[in-house]
Design a protein around this ligand. Structure first.
Ligand code: TRP
Length: 476
């Protein structure tokens, strides 16, 4: 840390400031950017989805993140406590957040496990049969046993980290490996763009074709923005509660949003040109990164193997720095509100998550229970970003806009007037009026259009669960 006791004037330490930005960025940058963004963009028609996503990030994501940081820092406690402290009747929003965290962790470690498995698979000769890479992914994830072992390993890593508290090894690993991932993504993009036929991929990614857009696509873009920025479940409220009073919330929000969004766009650049060059369908689904990246490096011999390994090591670490933030939200709730010891809380939360993950993983091989014909993996994925996070983000905005006081928020965000934030009025009106209304419209239209594909019923169940948990938590 750059703290110096000899300077007369108290000043911000670079170390701590960067530490916070990196921690928040570590939570934001994860599978959401590198795995989910490209395949969702691919399934949602490309350019128009990307454009809508970017608009949501700028106008909604930025404002909601600033709101979460401000609420967290103002109250100085993690999510449930932050609401409770202000108004008991609002604590259900925090409880919904904890529930969303559990559900996201009901599938995230499955994919995190795939990322670790690919390190092993690459090291043991995956690239030697390039033509089999696609098929091997399909048979790997639909195998009922093998992915479970990797998921278990991934979850154990999370447990080991969160049981000891987040700082320490993972932070150091993140500081080295995240920049590495960034560089690798650039290398992958350049390599992909040099392939013949790659320009069609750029066109797909950046040329909006609005004939592809329906309300389902708009909701997917909104959900992606919340998921990728770690919003809508109190994660950033918890992080904000550790922030020092003198730090600049607006600038921090801008940096985290910019980093997260650039990694997502870079992941798109790394995937689509190569896919089009390989003649793969953009709607290839959740296997996208796991097939495109190995394939891209397969012909390059030892160097290719090294790049591919670096990519999956980076992806695994990015996933870990995100999932520990999810686990931590659930664990800190159990410690603060239910009085459990940290070790008990971690064990309990991880057990529930592990069970959910087993259902998710086996659902990809067609096993296990289904809801309206959809397996557990898809149900959790669908419910979390499109319903829970969207509704959670909306409620956080309603809370800040209608329950907190404008002057106090202005003081919090401008550090009692020390920081200029000329757009405060715009932010405030977005949070108070525009975002709640916009999210409600997008969610309603999205659920409605979901009935065509059999997803509407599931989303309605999700809304019902939110309503019930709201009612129950008020009674607790
Ligand atoms: N943003 C992370 C990713 O993109 C996932 C994540 C971590 C998250 N914490 C969250 C998503 C809180 C929603 C809410 O992989």
């Amino acid at each position: 840390m750059a703290t110096s006791s000899t300077t007369t004037q108290p000043r911000d330490t670079w170390g701590s400031k960067l530490g916070f930005v990196m921690a928040a960025a570590g939570s934001a940058v994860g599978l959401g950017n590198i795995w989910k963004f490209p395949y969702t963009a691919g399934e949602s028609g490309g350019g128009a989805f990307v454009l809508i996503y970017l608009l949501f990030v700028i106008f909604i994501g930025f404002s909601v993140m600033l709101t979460e940081f401000a609420v967290g820092r103002k109250t100085g406690v993690s999510a449930v406590g932050a609401f409770k402290k202000t108004d008991r009747r609002w604590s259900f929003v925090g409880v919904i957040g904890v529930f969303s965290g559990l559900l996201i962790m009901g599938f995230y470690p499955v994919v995190g496990g795939w990322a670790i498995a690919y390190i092993y698979k690459l090291a043991t000769g995956l690239l030697s049969a390039p033509e089999a890479i696609g098929d091997s992914f399909g048979s790997f994830i639909s195998n009922p046993i093998e992915p479970l072992m990797w998921m278990g390993l991934y979850l154990l890593l999370n447990i080991a980290i969160v049981a000891r508290g987040i700082s320490g090894g993972i932070e150091k690993a993140g500081k080295v490996l995240m920049p590495m991932l960034f560089i690798i993504l650039i290398i992958v993009s350049i390599k992909g763009m040099m392939l013949p036929g790659a320009s069609a991929g750029l066109e797909f990614l950046f040329k909006p074709d609005f004939s592809q857009v329906d309300s389902g696509v708009v909701l997917a873009a909104l959900g992606q923005a919340f998921f990728s920025l770690s919003l809508g479940m109190g994660c950033m409220i918890t992080y904000g509660s550790y922030l020092k009073k003198k730090e600049n919330l607006v600038q921090t929000t801008a940096m985290v949003t910019a980093m997260d969004t650039s990694v997502a766009i870079l992941a798109g650049l790394a995937m689509f040109p190569a896919m089009f060059a390989f003649g793969m369908a953009p709607a290839a689904g959740p296997g996208l990164v796991f097939v495109v990246v190995p394939q891209l490096f397969a012909e390059m011999g030892a160097i290719g193997l090294m790049f591919a390994l670096m990519f999956f090591v980076g992806l695994s670490v990015a996933a870990l720095t995100s999932s520990v933030s999810l686990l931590e939200v659930v664990v800190s709730y159990l410690i603060d509100e239910k009085g459990l010891k940290r070790s008990t809380a971690v064990a309990l939360a991880a057990t529930v998550m592990g069970v959910l993950c087993v259902f998710s993983s086996i659902s990809l091989g067609g096993l296990g229970p289904q809801l309206f014909g959809t397996g557990a993996f898809d149900v959790f994925d669908l419910l979390t970003d499109k319903i829970f996070l969207a509704v959670g983000g909306m409620l956080v905005c309603i809370f800040a806009g209608w329950r907190l006081n404008r002057e106090e928020l202005e003081k919090e965000i401008t550090n009692d007037g020390d920081i200029k934030f000329p757009l405060f009025g715009l932010w405030y009106n977005l949070v108070k009026y525009v975002i709640p209304f916009a999210v409600a419209i997008v969610a309603i239209a999205g659920v409605y259009s979901g009935f065509e594909s059999g997803k509407g019923e599931i989303m309605l169940v999700g809304l019902g669960v939110i309503a019930v948990s709201g009612i129950i938590s008020k009674k607790l």
